[in-house]
Design a protein around this ligand. Structure first.
Ligand SMILES: [Cu+2]
Length: 308
């Protein structure tokens, strides 16, 4: 049957070529959905947004093992999911013409709960189960680590004692607009606000540390800083080795993992008091949420105390 139609098709194509043709419609790419079983360990749960950060195992044919945010469609049992739990769930990956278009985690089931420690609340006379957090609480000392600045000089976080420090982590070739480029933009705004008051510009330091030492050399950082309008000493870019980053990453909730062409990571911004203790931490699921205006408020409360 299609043999009989063939000459007609050829004729139409020939005619189409000789007169101004309507643009031929591109063939519809084939859309297909594959379901994988996501298995991993929960790193963070944001009850408000329903975002669960999971360090997941390799999904053969889709993704290497890495830590990333998921929003399970079924949120009915989300209150049972806790940090450290081993979880599993069906992950639907939709591809169009072979390219990944979207992925959706249908639901999440706790396979092995994390060991909970008994926390006694003597005030109310109740006992509650809680997992000892590995992430720092406000008031705790932020671990020291060494880095190299965009000018090629050695810098330790503890060298900034006496200053209020806003510390964040980025890498310059980040391709995701709402990740590192968005953080750079927020820091730009913050740097402008900090510089607008002289006492503040003397008391505050912004530090953007790259977790990509393989690529982000001081020279690369210097170019990137110039593009961002970052001028030391108020705002400095620096880079740290993986060994140095290990000293601080877990305590600040920073997760990153190298991939062939990019680095999968979350966002982590810490406000550190002049005495080196943590004031506020925006990392994991909440890392994206902070605004320059509200960070400036936190900074101002620190600078005010600093001047007393
Ligand atoms: Cu990034």
């Amino acid at each position: 049957m299609h043999l009989r139609h063939l000459p007609l098709t050829l004729l139409l194509v020939t005619l189409g070529c000789s007169s101004a043709p309507p643009k031929p419609a591109a063939p519809e790419p084939a859309v297909e959905t594959t379901t994988y079983t996501l298995k991993g360990v929960v790193r963070e749960v944001d009850a408000k947004t329903g975002v669960v950060t999971i360090a997941h195992q390799e999904l053969p044919g889709f993704m290497k093992a890495m830590t990333m945010d998921f929003t399970p469609k079924d949120k009915t049992n989300l209150d049972e999911v806790g940090v450290g739990d081993e979880v599993e769930g069906p992950l639907d990956v939709t591809r169009s013409g072979g390219l990944v278009k979207e992925y959706n985690l249908r639901s999440l089931e706790v396979m092995q709960p994390a060991p909970r420690t008994l926390k006694l609340d003597f005030g109310s006379g109740t006992a509650a189960l809680a997992v000892k957090p590995s992430v720092l609480s406000p008031g705790e000392l932020v671990p020291d680590f060494a880095m190299t600045t965009q000018d090629g000089t050695a810098l330790k976080l503890s060298d900034l004692r006496g200053k209020v420090v806003v510390l964040t982590f980025i890498y310059t070739r980040c391709p995701l607009p709402d990740y590192c480029p968005a953080v750079d933009k927020k820091f730009r705004e913050l740097a402008d606000s900090v510089k607008s008051v002289k006492s503040r510009s003397q008391a505050v330091r912004l530090l953007s540390v790259s977790f990509d030492p393989e690529h982000d050399t001081p020279e690369t950082l210097r170019k990137h800083a110039a593009m961002q309008g970052a001028i030391p000493p108020v705002w400095t870019y620096a880079v740290a080795s993986h060994d140095e980053l290990r000293k601080v990453a877990e305590r600040l909730g920073l997760v990153y993992g190298p991939m062939p062409n990019e680095i999968r990571h979350n966002l982590c911004t810490a406000l550190i008091a002049a005495d080196g203790t943590l004031v506020r931490l925006d990392s994991g699921a909440s890392g994206k949420a902070w605004t320059p205006a509200e960070m400036l408020k936190s900074i101002n409360s620190q600078v005010a105390g600093f001047q007393k």
